[in-house]
Design a protein around this ligand. Sequence first.
Ligand code: PHE
Length: 339
Amino acid sequence: MKEKLLNIKELASASVESVASLKDLYEAKVKYFGKAGLITELSKGMKDVPKEERPNVGKLINEVRTEIEEMFSKREEVLKKEERAKTYVSEAIDITMPSKQRNVGALHPITLVRNELIDAFTGMGFSIYEGPEIEEDYYNFQMLNIPKDHPARDMQDTFYITENILLRTQTSSGQARVMLKTQPPIKILSPGKVYRSDSDASHSPMFHQMEGLVVDKGITLCDLKGTLDEFVKIMFGKDTKTRLRPSYFPFTEPSVEVDVSCSECHGKGCKLCKGTGWIEILGAGIVNKKVLEDCGIDSNEYSGYAFGMGIERIAILKYKIPDIRLFFENDVRFLKQFK
Ligand code: PHE
């Protein structure tokens, strides 16, 4: 029996040394400790050992079992370490390698400025109205006191779908749509695309406008000036001043052109403001009584003001952009500067 045990021990020692992987080690272990394993068989054979010898033989078996178990667990430790070291090498990440650059999108500068304008005016109680871009001649011109043969149409030549359906030339086209549906008080802001057959460094056949319309009891030019004063301070800084110059639009009377003090030279005169110290940013005026009446609003009870500005123009001033066409070429080198 003793010899048998020593034999098994030697066998075990040899196979423990020879295995090269954890998997092989566990397989070898089954040979000794599995259901039909050598050690298991020995324990089963105890019943054939004479009674007096059983304590001694039992002790011996236990000793050998413990020794073999220890051999296995020592080898297991070593193999585990080796295998871990191997995975460290095979799964290694080179943290000095340059990362893959992901291009993150950003809002278009026109969208950025439009959002800023919306923030400024909604902060003063305006709500948003968006009219259609494909518009009827009726809303774009006739309801704005620009009948078919009016010379003011020349300045706003556009793209016609039919004789009476066109791409709107101004967001003012929303004015009558709102006033025909809503009785005062009205206080809306109307951003959107407009179209004109014009194209050069400062004109684009498609551009964006932001219209404002306020109709209520006792509205005067002072309300317009106060609102715009507040707006330019939000948009261009606290010391920005406004100036109203007389102008003409068929749908406002009186009409004004609004200038802001030049942010570049603060009124001294520079290239940006063409030496005048002022930059024109929008057209505005008191809503023509005829327009109110045509929309069914009593012009003796109510009055209103309207203004319309080009969003590109505001963006050009804000970001000092030399050519309006840059906005629509979609050159990423240009666009990514506005993140
Ligand atoms: N719609 C005019 C334009 O496009 C601007 C404007 C709007 C003027 C509202 C007066 C009142 O030039």
